[in-house]
Design a binder for this molecule. Structure first.
Ligand SMILES: NC(=O)c1ccc[n+]([C@@H]2O[C@H](COP(=O)([O-])OP(=O)(O)OC[C@H]3O[C@@H](n4cnc5c(N)ncnc54)[C@H](OP(=O)(O)O)[C@@H]3O)[C@@H](O)[C@H]2O)c1
Length: 322
């Protein structure tokens, strides 16, 4: 695949100057396994996964192309992705992420780990509802089971709305785990003290919090402490960062562009590689509905930033504190 160096979409093995044309190593050569693995309880996943939130709508809010979304999911699995993040509340007027996953991938490969989240909810018209009460979580779990066509869920994250105690909600999920509806539990958008509280109730295999290069650097220590506890840290918005739900597309820091240029890769790939290099317990779940971006994100599994690169990027990260 030949690409202009200014718009790389996959990982190159050579360095080049802007304006050069180079042959980029395609995703055919790189699979998600190149990032290494981590275990969520007894489930082993490649550290480059996939986030399904972007599958249901285009950037302008219009319904996504159904066949394209299904093709992205199937390609992700072909490229070695075996960790997909989703939620029943990822839907647009015409598309549901869970339904697309079911359509694209069932019967599911044995090694595929589907992680979903409960707590938030939306009514059928898409309006956000208040945080579910503990007794409503069973219904949300069952909704995910129905949509995904499964009899149990691999991992369910309790997605909280604030710093309040989560014991009642997490206790309700622990009961569903004991009943066999859920294999493993995680928590999302939490503070360290909420993780500690959850762990007094049941084992926690992952923390899913927003984090990236220059985005929420206050989570650095939390990420490390999760690793010491054997808990995966699964950042969301690691490409979009401050763009959050609106997505990537704002200006990019000069340092990121410079490192990207040196490696002949894109800024998004540098951001993913940086995230993965924060610790062996970090699992990336980049979200995209674009097949070229999917290939590029998987190819980033093989990108290794040097100590010099990391030092060059550190000021970008520190600027996120201000
Ligand atoms: N627990 C929570 O509260 C929570 C909240 C939000 C998200 N999540 C999960 O985390 C996942 C990741 O978050 P996210 O999807 O918002 O953010 P992200 O992965 O940081 O970034 C997605 C944005 O980056 C673009 N993008 C992706 N790959 C790219 C590439 N190679 N080059 C250029 N642009 C690229 C996407 O646009 P294109 O579609 O055009 O590629 C989209 O605008 C979600 O899919 C979802 O599963 C969890």
């Amino acid at each position: 695949m030949v690409q202009p160096v200014t718009e790389p979409t996959a990982l190159a093995t050579t360095t080049a100057e802007p304006g050069d044309t180079l042959v980029i190593m395609t995703s055919e050569a790189t699979t998600a396994a190149a990032a290494g693995t981590w275990t969520l309880g007894d489930l082993t996943v490649n550290r480059i996964g996939f986030g399904a939130m972007r599958l249901t709508a285009n950037a302008d809010g219009g319904a996504s192309d159904r066949d394209r979304a299904i093709a992205v999911l199937r390609r992700a699995v072909e490229l070695g992705v075996n960790h997909i993040d989703t939620a029943a509340f990822y839907f647009s007027a015409r598309r549901s992420a869970n339904e697309l996953i079911n359509r694209a991938l069932a019967p599911y490969p044995d090694d595929l780990v589907i992680v979903t989240k409960v707590g938030p909810g939306r009514d059928p018209s898409g309006q956000w509802l208040p945080m579910a009460r503990p007794e409503q979580l069973r219904g949300q779990v069952e909704e995910n089971l129905r949509q995904l066509g499964r009899d149990h869920l691999d991992v369910v994250n309790l997605r909280v709305y604030g710093p309040e105690p989560l014991a009642e909600h997490f206790g309700a999920l622990a009961e569903l785990r004991d009943a066999g509806l859920i294999r493993h539990l995680g928590v999302s958008a939490v503070r360290p003290e909420q993780l500690a509280e959850a762990r007094t109730i049941a084992p926690v295999v992952c923390v899913q919090n927003s984090y990236g290069l220059g985005y929420r650097p206050q989570h650095d220590e939390f990420l490390r402490s999760c690793g010491q506890l054997g808990i995966a840290f699964v950042p969301f918005f690691s490409i979009a960062t401050t763009g959050r739900e609106a997505g990537a597309g704002g200006g990019e820091a000069d340092e990121v562009l410079a490192v990207a240029r040196d490696h002949g890769v894109s800024a998004a790939q540098v951001r993913l590689a940086w995230t993965l290099q924060r610790g062996p317990n970090v699992l990336a779940i980049p979200g995209t509905g674009n097949p070229d971006h999917l290939a590029a994100n998987v190819a980033a599994a093989a990108l290794r930033l040097t100590a010099e690169d990391l030092a060059r990027l550190e000021p970008v990260h520190q600027r996120g504190k201000s």
